[in-house]
Structures are given as structure tokens and as C-alpha cells.
Design a protein around this ligand. Structure first.
Ligand code: CTP
Length: 397
């Protein structure tokens, strides 16, 4: 899939620049055409000669070279994708703020192609609010961020911030080209996050769901060309601004919104942690403290997935999630049958690194026909890819 693709690689001033050499080698081996832009900082780590020898193309560094102007517009138009690897904290900041003080930045600002970024820096820099805000900003522009690794950093400290390995970056590009536009024309409805059930004006019943998993699925579906409607409960997570996100609070609001959008969707993926019960009455005024104990009268919420299972046509693919703490496989299979889903994605809270709040997840997917697919612990983005690859491989739709 990489064969014949035109890849523009931006290399910035990080020790990880040496890994970019291997990225070029692997891309060339896979049949890509590669052109490289380096920042002056990158020159301190690797020489342009290394890159030009491997890519068989001239490497550009300056906006003005030997008295002539380097045509950054042309480079941006030439590329099928602009990969920036490694991207330092400094480059991320400049990209986020539109600063144009070198050839790489000028090319970024004029590029018409998709942008993929592989950040690299020390852990503190990676976790700094400024860097994270810049990353959010770049994500909002629909740029793809290749997750950083956990491992030994240039400082000698172990932590997050290491650039993804060259093989993984090339694999990422491979998936990018393979999956691009494969879901064009498809409509997808996704639920994510918790729901909050009001008790009175200041209190609610909720759960620890962050919405990360459902958002990752929504973003991956969107990246593959689908028209995505995300029905999102109260969540602090950022969502790509190009996704049609409908923010709701309660289970009832999520139910109504899903039912209003149900018919026009090809895939319905219910990743939300919906409250099963809601207070029978929502007090208008704050409940005052009085007795030593109190009782809340709760009533069942509508089961959105169950209703979706009743309504769905044979052409619609319905995916449910099951979060379990015991008898996981049995409960997940029973849920799939009861709610008439085509797939059931099981998370077990017994697996470390899986479930609410983690950046990672470990899932097992059950299919209606009895097949079971187990996956190792992965980032939620990679888990989203696994789920989507499986549910879209069904040929009925
Ligand atoms: N679900 C839903 N509406 C509800 C409750 C759950 O759509 N009112 C969906 C969830 O989005 C998920 C699936 O049902 O896809 C399973 O949710 P889960 O809470 O694991 O199961 P429940 O059916 O609520 O059963 P229990 O809580 O007893 O395990």
C-alpha cells in the first residue's frame, strides 16, 4: 500500500532523528518516493547526506538555498502525506501557532495533504500543559498523532515521550493508506462516555467512564471517510472538531438522540457506560441533610442497545460493549444474545491497564456466529483499529 506513494518527511532537532534514517530506509524498501526537509536543529544530529543518499533525492533545509528560493508550496502539493518524525516540542508549538521561521514550517502551512506527526521529547516536556494543548490543537486540525512510547529517554530517565519505533511508524503509514476512504459513504452512530442522572440541582449519579474508547473509534471511523455521529456523555476529552458530536447528559437524552439518528446509520457502536438506574424524581431544590440515612428511589433507564437490537435491519451492524468484573466471557455472550448485537466487545476490569480512564485497553470480541477474537493490551487508538477492521470485514453491508 505504501508502494508508489509520495512521502514528504520532516525531520526536526531531536536525538530521535537517527531513527528517521531507518524510517526512510523502510519506506524506500516498501516502494515509496521520499523527499526530506530538515530543520537546522536536525542537522546537529544527522547529516543531510545520509538522507539524500538513502532517498536519492536532494534534502531541503533552508527557505533560501544558494541564492534561490526553495519552493515549499510545490513540496506540500507533491506529497500524498507529510510525515513529521521526530517532531520536537518546539516544532509542535510552532505548528500549533502558525509560526513560519523555517522551510519545514512554511511547507506545513502550505501543505494540502494529510499530516501525520510522531512526537519525540522527554517525559516532562511531553506532559507539560503547553505541549498537550498544542497536541490537542493539532488533533483538532485533523492531523494524526502517532502515540509516543514508554521507554528510556535521552535524559536516561524512563518514561513517556519516546518516538514510536521506525517499523511502527511505517506500519502506521501502511494502515493510513490502506484504510483511507474505505468507509466513504457509510454512516456511523457511536455512543461514548458516561451519563449523569440528576438527583437534585447539585448532585448526580455517574460513573468513571471518560469516553476515550468511543472517541477513538469515532476518530478512526472518520479518518476512513465515514460520516460519524458521536453521542457523547459528559466527558473532558477533546474530540476532532470535524466529527458531528452531540453532547448529552442523561441516559434518557442519549436514548432519544440515538433513536432520532438510528435509521440512517450503517454501523451503530454503543461504547457508552449508560446508567442503568436514574432517580425516580429529580428534586428541584438541593436536598438538605437531615436523617442519619436516606433512601433514593431509582427506576430503570431505557436500554438503548436493547432497543437498537430490536429495531435493527439485517443491513445494519450493531456493536455493543460489555464491562465485566467476573464470569466475563459468559456474561458478554449472554448480553450479545439478549441485546441482538452482531459483535460484543468485552473489557474486563480484572485486566490491568484496561477499562475506565486508561490510555490502553485489552479486549475480546465475540461474534454472533460464535467466533472469539482475543487481543493483547494496546493503546485505545490501536484497539479502535482492531474493532473497526473486524466489524467492517463483514460483507453483508
Ligand atoms: N447500554 C445501553 N443502555 C443502557 C445500558 C447499557 O445502551 N441503559 C449498553 C452499553 O452502551 C453497552 C452495553 O449496553 O454497549 C452493555 O452495557 P453494560 O453496562 O455492560 O450491561 P448492562 O446491560 O447494563 O448489564 P449489567 O450492568 O447488569 O452488566
Amino acid at each position: 500500500m505504501i508502494k508508489g506513494k509520495k512521502i514528504l518527511l520532516g525531520v526536526t532537532g531531536s536525538i530521535a532523528a537517527y531513527k528517521a534514517v531507518l524510517v526512510v530506509r523502510l519506506l524506500i524498501k516498501a516502494g515509496a518516493e521520499v523527499k526530506i526537509i530538515m530543520t537546522k536543529g536536525a542537522n546537529d544530529f544527522v547529516t543531510p547526506l545520509t538522507f539524500s543518499t538513502l532517498s536519492k533525492n536532494k534534502v531541503s533545509v533552508d527557505l533560501f538555498e544558494e541564492g534561490t528560493w526553495a519552493n515549499h508550496v510545490e513540496l506540500g502539493r507533491w506529497a500524498d502525506v507529510f510525515l513529521i518524525a521526530p517532531a520536537t516540542a518546539n516544532t509542535l508549538a510552532k505548528m500549533a501557532h502558525g509560526i513560519c521561521d523555517n522551510l519545514l514550517q512554511a511547507t506545513y502551512l502550505s501543505a494540502a495533504c494529510p499530516i501525520i506527526i510522531a512526537p519525540a521529547m522527554d517525559e516532562e516536556m511531553w506532559h507539560h500543559q503547553a505541549t498537550q494543548q498544542n497536541i490537542d490543537c493539532l488533533r483538532d486540525r485533523s492531523h494524526q498523532i502517532i502515540p509516543v512510547n514508554n521507554g528510556e529517554l535521552a535524559s536516561g530517565i524512563f518514561g513517556e515521550g519516546r518516538m514510536a519505533e521506525p517499523e511502527d511508524i511505517v506500519q502506521y503509514l501502511h494502515f493510513f493508506f490502506e484504510n483511507k476512504n474505505t468507509l466513504t459513504g457509510k454512516n456511523v452512530l457511536i455512543t461514548a462516555g458516561p451519563t449523569y442522572e440528576n438527583i437534585d440541582p447539585v448532585r448526580f449519579i455517574g460513573n468513571h467512564s471518560t469516553g476515550k474508547m468511543g472517541i477513538a473509534i469515532a476518530e478512526e471511523m472518520w479518518a476512513r471517510g465515514a460520516e460519524v455521529t458521536l453521542v457523547l456523555g459528559p466527558s473532558q476529552e477533546k474530540v476532532n472538531a470535524k466529527i458531528n458530536t452531540i453532547r448529552i447528559t442523561s441516559a434518557e437524552e442519549m436514548y432519544q438522540t440515538c433513536m432520532n439518528h438510528f435509521d440512517q446509520n450503517d454501523y451503530i457502536i454503543m461504547a457508552a457506560a449508560v446508567a442503568d438506574y436514574t432517580p425516580a424524581t429529580k428534586e428541584k431544590q438541593k436536598i438538605k441533610k437531615s436523617e442519619d440515612s436516606m433512601h433514593l428511589d431509582l427506576v430503570k433507564t431505557k436500554d438503548i442497545l436493547m432497543e437498537a437490537g430490536r429495531k435493527k435491519t439485517p443491513q445494519q451492524i450493531l456493536v455493543g460493549f460489555a464491562l465485566e468484573t467476573e464470569n466475563e466471557n459468559q456474561f458478554a455472550k449472554e448480553k450479545m444474545k439478549k441485546k441482538n448485537t452482531d459483535f460484543m466487545v468485552l473489557n474486563s476490569l480484572n485486566d490491568s491497564g484496561a477499562g475506565f480512564g486508561h490510555a490502553t485497553n485489552k479486549i475480546t470480541i465475540f461474534e454472533k456466529d460464535g467466533q472469539v477474537h482475543e487481543f493483547p493490551l494496546k493503546s485505545k487508538k490501536e484497539v479502535a483499529v482492531d474493532i473497526i477492521n473486524l466489524i467492517t470485514s463483514n460483507e453483508n453491508i
